[in-house]
Ligand binder design. Structure first.
Ligand SMILES: Nc1ncnc2c1ncn2[C@@H]1O[C@H](COP(=O)(O)OP(=O)(O)OP(=O)(O)O)[C@@H](O)[C@H]1O
Ligand SMILES: [Mg+2]
Length: 487
């Protein structure tokens, strides 16, 4: 896989090297300067060499990738200018996904797999409330210890509601083993759940959950391009950012360590990346930095797309090796700061003034610095990005629908399943779970009976010593979700 992927041409040709593609990247620039087209050109090239891609489509302008482009004067001009002999229009194998299940296959996970850290972010919890939520996860894992490693006690939001209520109602019994659960914290978490449900977040939790193998696919040697509809999702920016972060953490946890491969296993484009970092608490930022750093050796390349490179924290920015900087405006002092900062991130050229160039670039033109074979950034060059091979305008809804329905995945994720989990089990144990004090008295006896029904490993878990060991799964991995395999 020595051949590089031709992305742009300036004073020389700029190749994205497949071997360096897991060293991440950045596509930055003001609105309308060509970021999405650059992302698309990269995605097409990855697909060509059999690398699957995942991207969120924030503006609904990516679906045309499933159809070949058509000649038009602007594109022709660019082809000519760049001297691209043998340029061909092409369509790419595309799979559409949608959290809301409207414009693609539904994407779901379980509450348990989301883990307490990301769940806290979704629910807008403070540190204390987040601690209580973590406790609720632990308790669920302890008392519903399934014999099947792949099972999850907390699957949908209903399970979390029921479990919270249960822990709240029986706070006194849990206190010595787990810690204090205040009614105020439980109330705050429940309010957070209501807000999340109003944003449509309930759609995201349940069964069947997304199987990552369904994303990492090739068709006739080409990498599948997975497009997540995000035009609606972006209206709840935290949900959007947390969802993508969950996705990264899933990749991180489930893919094996492979070092530096000849080409990535998957490339992930994170559009509107600044949303990931907006008022993120320090713990979260640290985790993000960690995931980005470590996911490289799992063969995943992460490309952030954002208007302003200053939106990305330095520790993360420093890890983005392949860079395409489109034009920035320099109207306000903050703009000018951004231009200066962006210019400083490049290995300077003797041939031109990088800082001045950033404000002069035309649409589809950029300052490009990709990694060479040694993993060093090339000297920055002013270059024109290639035109896309696929159709620029989006698909019509019937065209898109056709692709969704013809997919081999169609039917699997569309069918919602309500699996037996905490909600059902708590309900079965005692009619009227969640009705407060009346229930708490018989808790130990009731739980004993329930656990008996769940098998011996579950019954053992009630003993505090054993219980502690079992939580390792819940706390062991990066966002607090488990490392156990599902299904
Ligand atoms: N490499 C290119 N080849 C041909 N046309 C291009 C190229 N880059 C940009 N264009 C043209 O410029 C338009 C705007 O580009 P694009 O949508 O990529 O901007 P953007 O930076 O993503 O904007 P926004 O921030 O609003 O999402 C495209 O629709 C296309 O017509
Ligand atoms: Mg765009």
């Amino acid at each position: 896989m020595a051949d590089g992927l031709l992305i742009a041409k300036g004073s020389e040709e700029h190749f994205l090297l497949p071997r360096m593609a897991n060293r991440h990247g950045l596509i930055a620039g003001a609105t309308g300067t060509g970021k999405t087209v650059t992302l698309r050109v990269m995605a097409e090239n990855f697909s060509h060499i059999g690398v699957p891609v995942f991207m969120a489509d924030v503006k609904g302008d990516l679906s045309g990738i499933a159809r070949p482009g058509q000649a038009n004067p602007k594109i022709n001009e660019r082809i000519e200018k760049l001297g691209l002999e043998g340029f061909e229009y092409a369509a790419f194998p595309t799979v559409f996904w949608d959290v809301f299940g409207e414009q693609g296959h539904p994407v779901r996970t379980t509450v348990f797999d989301m883990g307490p850290i990301l769940m806290s972010r979704l629910l807008n919890l403070n540190e204390i409330q987040s601690g209580v939520l973590t406790m609720v996860f632990k308790i669920a894992d302890d008392i519903f210890r399934f014999t099947d490693e792949n099972d999850r006690p907390l699957r949908d939001l209903k399970d979390l509601h029921a479990m919270l209520q249960y822990v709240g109602d029986n706070a006194a019994q849990f206190k010595t083993q787990y810690g204090n659960v205040s009614a105020a914290s439980v109330g705050a978490i429940q309010r957070g759940l209501l807000v999340l449900e109003e944003q449509g977040g309930d759609k995201f939790f349940g069964d069947p959950p997304l199987d990552l193998d369904d994303l990492i696919q090739t068709r006739d040697g080409r990498g599948v391009i997975n497009i997540l509809a995000a035009d609606k999702l972006i209206n709840a920016p935290k949900l959007y950012a947390t969802f993508l972060l969950w996705f990264l953490s899933e990749l991180f946890e489930r893919l094996p360590e492979i070092g530096d491969p000849d080409k990535p296993k998957l490339v992930f484009f994170f559009d509107e990346a600044h949303l990931l970092f907006n008022d993120a608490p320090k713990v979260l930022l640290e985790k993000i930095e960690q995931v980005i750093r470590l996911i490289r050796s799992k063969g995943v390349g992460v490309y952030f797309v954002t208007q302003n490179p200053l939106d990305v924290p330095d520790v993360v920015l420093g890890q983005l090796g392949n860079r395409v900087q489109h034009a920035l405006r320099a109207f306000t002092p903050r703009d000018q700061e951004a231009v200066k900062a962006a210019a400083k991130t490049f290995r300077q050229s003797k041939d031109f003034d990088v800082q001045a160039a950033i404000t002069e670039l035309g649409v589809g033109e950029a300052l490009v610095s990709l990694l060479n074979e040694k993993g060093q950034p090339n000297v920055v060059d002013r270059a024109l990005v290639l035109p896309p091979q696929s159709q620029l305008p989006p698909l019509t809804p019937p065209e898109r629908d056709g692709i969704v329905k013809q997919s081999t995945l169609f039917g699997h994720y569309e069918k919602v399943i309500d699996r037996e989990s905490a909600y059902e089990m708590l309900k079965a144990r005692a009619p009227g779970v969640g009705q407060g004090q009346a229930q708490s008295a018989g808790w130990q006896a009731g739980a004993g009976k329930l656990l008996g029904a769940l098998g011996t490993s579950a019954a053992r878990a009630i003993g505090s010593q054993v219980g502690r060991e079992i939580i390792r799964g819940v706390l062991g991995s990066i966002f607090g979700s488990t490392t156990r395999r599902r299904r």
